[in-house]
Design a protein around this ligand. Structure first.
Ligand SMILES: *Cc1c(COP(=O)(O)O)cnc(C)c1O
Length: 471
């Protein structure tokens, strides 16, 4: 009896050739085969255990496998759609990369590469060689290097150049920058001795001069207060002023700018945001910044400045622990190449393109998206509203980007169920809820996201009509 049933089980290849399964795109061909084999194996076991007295027909088996594919999510870390209008969304992976960068990374990943190999000499080379000249060209620095992230860059900079030394820093810059990166703790762990100057809201040039002259500070550190603004009765000292004090006394000026542009912010139509080359011209000895904030590239900590100081950092044994990986390096090189031509950079680097998107463009895209979504989900109230989008990522605090979003609510004017429905899909859509509306900002959408939004609203409409039938 069992044998008869077992004989009725279809072959894997026959199933794979069926139209429904042949069209599956959500898993690879080998993944699909595994899924089919697993299903058939379980069916076999159930038959042998006497739990099954009939083999389902071919259509049924195909449908059951398709259903299982729907339920199994192949990856935990996966693509999501950022419809929040927050460009550098830290929880959503900060900067998305462009198609060209992704292609280049894939190419480097799929084969060996000259990561630490000098092709001309046929000898061991340096992993910094791939980006150092580009960084120098773009920032005017004498030398450059890159580590795993900017937190690592700050630590390496302090540990190499300020260990055992007194480091003057404004009380207004003793900040915490998300995810347990606290400047006072980092300084202590790096071996630098903290000399606090000024007050939380006001620090004057004389405060640094006093720290150097009376407290023997030999390093002046500036840290960009990335995630907040002190407004009102405030005063801080610029890198230029700090370097003037340093020049007279032989002290060193280090600047953790966090996020920075490589070319003038005007190309993005912004009125705020610093440029690395300016910080160096103003007299900073070393500047460090993140690769995946305003540069819009991969995670990385970029260090630029005086050759002698950068060389000392390269020799620090810590660099072995803090080093950047080859895929990030590949992404970084391509971003830097784009930046040689600012117009190309704004076109090719998604973060820069999103930052530079005008309200008119946002409005056009929101109108178009709203039309598509209305068609897909006529049971919802869908309109457009003007918004203030954000740079995010602790980059330009207080800078708002005039934008426009699609606002969605039920016909009764509630958001109930809409936000979680979008968030819990296979390709999750992350939105903002604001005043009983779910907001979807076109600014932060990537290629292909709009189609996915329409698909989601089609599913949502289906769910709404099914629920209506039940009532
Ligand atoms: C973001 C930031 C850091 C940390 O950089 P990561 O790349 O996230 O490690 C350090 N300092 C400042 C000023 C920052 O803005």
């Amino acid at each position: 009896m069992n044998q008869d049933l077992l004989r009725k089980i279809p072959k894997t290849d026959v199933l794979l050739a069926r139209p429904g399964l042949a069209q599956v795109k959500s898993v690879s061909a080998s993944g699909l085969k595994r899924e089919v084999q697993e299903y058939l194996q379980q069916l076999r076991s159930s038959i042998l255990a006497g739990e099954v007295s009939q083999v389902p027909d071919m259509e049924q088996i195909e449908q059951e496998i398709l259903n299982r594919l729907q339920e199994t999510d192949p990856f935990h870390l996966k693509r999501v759609i950022n419809a929040t209008g927050v460009v550098l969304h830290t929880n959503l992976g900060r900067a998305p990369l462009g198609a060209e960068a992704a292609k280049h990374i894939a190419e480097v990943a799929q084969s060996y590469c000259n990561l630490e190999y000098k092709l001309e000499a046929g000898k061991r080379g340096s992993r910094y060689a791939h980006v150092e000249n580009l960084l120098c060209k773009l920032t005017g620095a004498e030398a450059a290097m890159v580590v795993n992230n900017n937190a690592a860059a700050v630590f390496l900079m302090l540990n190499t150049l300020a260990k055992g030394k007194k480091v003057a820093i404004s009380r207004g810059e003793l900040v915490e920058i998300g995810g347990s990166f606290r400047v006072p703790e980092i300084m202590e762990q790096s071996g630098a001795q903290l000399v606090e100057v000024g007050t939380t809201n006001k620090t004057h040039p004389e405060d640094y001069a006093e720290a150097v002259e009376e407290k023997e500070a030999s390093v002046l550190l500036k840290v960009h207060t990335s995630n907040f603004n002190i407004v009102g009765f405030t005063e801080s000292v610029s890198v230029r002023q700090m370097s003037e004090i340093a020049k007279d006394t032989g002290a060193m000026v280090l600047y953790d700018v966090g996020s920075c542009f490589l070319f003038p912010r005007e190309y993005m139509g912004l009125h705020d945001g610093e440029m690395v080359s300016q910080a160096l011209r103003d007299g900073a000895d070393v500047v460090c910044l993140s690769g995946d904030k305003l540069m819009g590239s991969a995670q990385g900590g970029i260090l630029v400045g005086k050759k002698e100081l950068i060389e000392r950092m390269k020799k620090n044994h810590l660099t072995r622990m803090l080093r950047i990986d080859k895929l990030s390096l590949a992404a970084l090189e391509i971003a830097l190449r784009h930046c040689l031509d600012p117009k190309e950079a704004v076109r090719e680097i998604p973060t820069l393109r999103m930052l530079s998107m005008s309200r008119e463009t946002c409005q056009d895209r929101a109108e178009k998206l709203a039309q598509g979504l209305k068609k897909a989900a006529p049971s919802l109230r869908i309109e457009t509203v003007l918004t203030e989008d954000e740079v995010g990522g602790g980059s330009l605090p207080g800078v708002m980007l005039p934008g426009c979003a699609v606002a969605v609510s039920s016909l009764e004017g509630s958001t109930e169920g809409i936000e979680p429905f979008l968030r819990l899909r296979k390709i999750p859509i992350i939105s903002r809820v604001w005043k009983d509306q779910v907001l979807l900002s076109p600014r932060t959408l990537c290629d292909g996201d709009e189609e996915e939004l329409v698909a989601a609203f089609t599913e949502l409409e289906q769910q709404i009509s099914e629920e209506r039938k039940k009532r």
